[in-house]
Design a protein around this ligand. Structure first.
Ligand SMILES: [Zn+2]
Ligand SMILES: [Zn+2]
Length: 137
């Protein structure tokens, strides 16, 4: 499926072709720290399908436990995290963070990984008081 996305400030904009069946929620501690949230959700792109139409993301190279290097792309201006991808030459497949994708409502997670480090309260999320906006105090 064709998607388009952008960071919060709009300095980085992109299009890509993604595989709707490869939407992954990752609960690993690296994803928690880098997103500063409980988990991250990414959709995998088809090889070499990402085109940056506006701007150029900054990349932070993360070294995994396995020694693998992964480039983590983000907007230098507003800090929105956009993707992870391989380092170096060869076909480029991106794991695009779905929050910055306009069509994100159609991207439903199909699998969760690294659940051993998942926030325990996530299982009870539907039981926590929920408001459409911010409640008046
Ligand atoms: Zn930005
Ligand atoms: Zn992760």
């Amino acid at each position: 499926m064709k998607i388009n996305g952008q960071c919060h400030c709009g300095e980085i904009q992109y299009t890509a072709e993604v595989d709707q069946n490869k939407v992954i929620a990752c609960h690993c501690s690296d994803c928690q720290e880098i997103s500063s949230g409980p988990f991250r959700i990414a959709v995998m792109t088809l090889p070499n399908s990402v085109i940056f139409t506006v701007g150029k993301p900054k990349e932070y190279i993360k070294i995994a436990e396995s020694g693998n290097k992964r480039a983590q792309g983000f907007c230098e201006n507003c800090g929105t995290t956009l993707y992870a991808t391989s380092v170096g030459d060869g076909d480029k497949i991106y794991g695009l963070r779905i929050g910055a994708i306009k069509q994100r409502e159609q991207l439903i997670p199909k699998v969760q990984i690294w659940c051993r480090s998942a926030a325990l309260w996530l299982k009870e999320l539907s039981d926590i008081n929920a408001f459409d906006t911010v409640p008046t105090i």
